[in-house]
Write a protein that binds this ligand. Structure first.
Ligand code: PHE
Length: 362
């Protein structure tokens, strides 16, 4: 009777000790091999705290032992696992921090990164035009039909409005039919926004550049991509003439491609300009004599331009009898190609460091 009572007290205290040691196991810490050895000694050595519980357990009568064997073994295992985990962590840490300090060693080269060629060209274009009073205007890439086509004098059935050419945004998931929300196909959409705001401003003129990304539903190849970059320009005031446009573009061509560069304007068609033209520059590879790059013509095409169609001015709330303007638009990739002779358009968007590192470093 007396003994039973004593074992009951001992059982109670064994349970408390197991619980307490379980808690401690979770909080074990070790920074190095010495710490690990100290832990092993404290808990698992012959005189260690876990081993002492086994000693106590051994004094229990058989029927009491039955319920304590399993929890004690689990406790021992818990400590062994925990100490092993700590050992692995310590070993990994030591492996990574055993670098010998040699102050005379030449440092590893630091890769500083480089500017993307398209950023360089875009900034150069903006810099050239900002010197003659152009400021940068921005607008959304996801646009509505009105700003990309409607206000720019595109007829309702114009092929650019076809799903073959334009990415439309689905209104409801899985519904394929065209909506009036789309990815802009040119940054002329920024011009319609700017013109509408300017019409209400009372300012005497508007002179903006619209750089940005545009999207067209094209198969990706060396010569075409489903997105590319444009810089478009617009100048509206009283008495703006085609001669102003021509002189501005000649200035740009000489600044961008060198003082010897010549330009020529060929008649063309855009819904939003009248008259419209395409501009070529003299091929700087052959000096205009004709080579494989310019297909023997001595000229390479670089941009589209024209006088803003009166319908566009009117749709933006501007009196086309009082105001006139010119607009132009160029592909940044095209200009970069001429400058750097990049044969495959895909290189611009593939983030291959071997390609990118060839350009100006940061
Ligand atoms: N928006 C035209 C395009 O994307 C370029 C352009 C702009 C042409 C302005 C003429 C005038 O192709």
């Amino acid at each position: 009777m007396h003994l039973d009572f004593e074992y009951a007290i001992m059982s109670e205290s064994l349970k408390d000790k197991i619980d307490a040691l379980r808690q401690q196991a979770l909080a074990l810490q070790a920074n190095n091999a010495a710490d690990l050895e100290a832990l092993r000694q404290k808990y698992l050595s012959k005189k260690g705290e876990v081993s002492q519980l086994f000693d106590l357990f051994r004094t229990f009568p058989k029927e009491e032992k039955a319920q304590w064997g399993a929890p004690l073994n689990q406790l021992k295992q818990l400590y062994e696992t925990r100490i092993n985990e700590l050992r692995e962590a310590v070993t990994a840490h030591c492996a990574s921090s055993t670098v010998s300090l040699d102050l005379t060693r030449t440092p590893d080269p630091v890769s500083m990164g480089s500017r993307h060629p398209l950023s360089l060209v875009r900034e150069q274009i903006i810099d050239i035009f900002s010197r003659i009073g152009f400021t940068v205007a921005d607008g959304p890439e996801v646009e509505d039909d009105q700003h990309v086509f409607g206000m720019l004098n595109f007829a309702p059935e114009h092929p650019a409005r076809d799903m073959q050419d334009t990415f439309f945004v689905e209104k409801e998931e899985g519904v394929q039919k065209p909506t009036d929300i789309l990815l802009r196909t040119h940054t002329s959409s920024v011009q319609t926004r700017a013109l509408t705001a300017w019409a209400k401003s009372g300012e005497p003129s508007l002179r903006i550049l619209c750089p940005g990304r545009v999207f067209r539903n094209e198969a990706i190849s060396a010569r075409a991509h489903c997105f590319f970059h444009q810089v478009e320009g617009l100048y509206v005031a009283k008495d703006v003439s085609f001669a102003d446009l021509r002189q501005t573009l000649l200035y740009f061509a000489k600044e961008m491609f060198g003082a010897d560069t010549q330009i020529r304007l060929r008649p063309s068609y855009f819904p939003f300009t009248e008259p419209s033209a395409e501009m070529d520059i003299s091929c700087d590879l052959c000096g205009g004599k004709g080579c494989a790059f310019c297909k023997g013509t001595g000229w390479v095409e670089i941009l589209g331009c024209g006088m803003v169609d009166p319908n566009v001015l009117e749709s933006c709330g501007i009196d086309s009898k009082v105001y006139s303007g010119y607009a132009f638009g160029m592909g940044v990739e095209r200009i970069a190609n001429l400058k750097y002779r990049v044969k495959d358009l895909r290189l611009f968007s593939e983030n291959d460091l071997r390609f990118l590192q060839q350009f100006e470093s940061c």
